[in-house]
Write a protein that binds this ligand. Structure first.
Ligand code: GDP
Ligand code: MG
Length: 459
């Protein structure tokens, strides 16, 4: 391994937390785009990554005041790679070599609500993976008569608040800290400089006004370069994780990948696990990079470099990627002999195994493997069996297969169609036979409407 401490890569950052705490808004504020508005149901459905380069980090954090007597804050990392996680289902899938893909997480907590159910789940997930995290105590602008000024360091900003605002802040902060401690988590404010092995650091923020964002980013940068520089030192050894398998106009089925360590070039033979139990061996035809500080999934012209180096998000164009699996990691065969060995290795590492289908169960279809997996995970948790899983629009032959359940178990004669179209003759056939098609754009809505149906059946 070729590691040296003066070659730090961009750390991979995930954002987790309860729904509506402001995860999307926080990222929006950072990258000044407006992803949230274009999302179906306001829920972050797909996975994208944002490169925040060093220049932007410098600009963002220049108002952060160094503690008395210490040097001004100096950024040593080339940037941050922030993954926009739609929820903890996805985080669960995102691992590389069995550990978390993520170097550091931001756990968003709403200061007005404190700890909520998914806050607890997020903490458990992070602790399971051994992923360190920083708590963003968001929505401070909602404190009574909060005076906003995103150009000020948070400490200075807090000092200039009215007394009753300060009192409310202290009160809500200590109640959040108490609730977190009930989850076995000790926390301290970021400016208390406590031992991060014992305490998680809290940074108050407002994703609406931008207050505290500079301090949050500075804390994220500091944590990485000062507390875990070894972890974010670039290594030549390939470490790459598939985030999403999807159609890209003009390129067929492609994979969105986080290349954490190592490098990739056009013509490389990659070996990755396939959902049908067979590994995929294919050559990289093109590497597509988004423009800096934009998200992978926003339509934009791509840069097409010949080779790239970690850490960054990249879209890979190659043949045969249809059965690639979101969340899996892949390998590069440097010579012909290596392919067979890597094929075995790769398939062993497959996280999902083949998708296990039951004889009796619902028919599941979706546009993306990542979100399909999240849906399957929910079904599994509720012990709802599925008999078929397929990517793509609902066509008549799907309904024909789903209609077999009418004889076995009519409540399962359903198609759960996630973010796909239903062809007209398929719908007509379903109506005629009595096969229900549940069609929604988001995992949660689909799961909810299907659960209502199952509950009605049980009455
Ligand atoms: P997510 O579900 O965690 O991604 O939350 P969103 O980013 O979608 O935000 C949920 C709602 O809270 C939206 O209406 C946001 O405008 C609002 N919101 C997010 N952050 C803040 C904040 O800092 N202050 C206030 N007042 N509202 C916020
Ligand atoms: Mg969101």
């Amino acid at each position: 391994e070729n590691r040296s401490l003066d070659h730090l890569r961009a750390p991979v950052i995930c954002v987790l937390g309860h729904v509506d705490t402001g995860k999307t808004k926080l990222l929006d504020k950072l990258r000044c785009t407006n992803v949230q508005k274009s999302e179906a149901g306001g829920i972050t459905q797909q996975i994208g990554a944002t490169n925040v380069p060093i220049d932007v980090l410098r600009e963002l954090t220049k108002i952060v005041r160094p503690p008395k007597g210490s040097q001004p804050f100096k950024i040593k990392i080339p940037g941050l790679l922030i993954i926009d996680t739609p929820g903890h289902e996805h985080f669960r899938l995102m691992r590389s070599r069995g550990s978390s893909l993520c170097d550091l997480a931001i756990l968003v907590v709403d200061i007005m609500h404190g700890v909520e159910p998914q806050t607890i789940e997020s903490i458990k997930l992070l602790q399971d993976r051994g992923t360190p995290f920083i708590v963003a105590l968001n929505k401070i602008d909602r404190l009574f008569e909060w005076q906003s000024n995103p150009k000020k360091d948070f400490w200075d900003l807090l000092k200039m608040q009215k007394d009753h605002t300060k009192v409310e802040f202290e009160h809500r902060l200590s109640s959040a800290k108490l609730q977190l401690s009930e989850q076995g988590l000790n926390t301290k404010m970021y400016y208390e400089y406590s031992d991060p092995k014992e305490y998680s650091w809290i940074v108050p923020t407002s994703a609406i006004t931008g207050d505290g964002i500079a301090n949050l980013i500075a804390t994220v940068v500091k944590y990485n370069q000062e507390i875990q520089p070894e972890k974010i030192t670039f290594s030549e050894e390939l470490e790459a994780t598939v985030l999403e398998v999807k159609q890209t106009i003009g390129h067929g089925i492609t994979i969105d990948v986080i290349l954490k360590n190592g490098s990739l070039k056009i013509g490389d033979t990659i070996v990755l696990p396939g959902s049908k139990g067979r590994p995929i061996v294919t050559q990289i035809r093109a590497l597509l990079l988004p423009k800096p500080n934009r998200e992978l999934r926003i339509k934009t012209e791509y840069a097409e470099p010949k080779n790239i180096k970690g850490c960054q998000g990249v879209k890979i164009v190659a043949k045969g990627l249809k059965s690639a699996i979101a969340g899996s990691s892949f390998l590069v065969a440097r010579c012909q002999n290596e392919i067979e060995i890597l094929k075995d290795l790769s398939q062993e590492k497959e996280i999902l195994g083949c998708i296990q289908c039951e004889k009796r169960g619902v028919y599941v279809q979706g546009s993306l493997l990542g979100s399909l997996e999240a849906l399957l995970e929910l079904l599994k948790q509720d012990k709802i069996p599925y008999s078929n899983v397929r990517l793509g629009n609902v066509i008549k032959s799907d309904v024909v297969k789903a209609s077999i359940m009418l004889e076995h178990d009519p409540k399962f004669a359903c198609i759960l169609a996630l973010d796909v179209e239903v062809e007209r003759d398929a719908q007509e056939y379903a109506d005629a036979k009595g096969v229900r098609i549940f069609k929604e754009d988001t995992v949660y809505r689909l799961f909810d409407s299907f659960k209502k149906h199952i509950q009605n059946h049980q009455k």
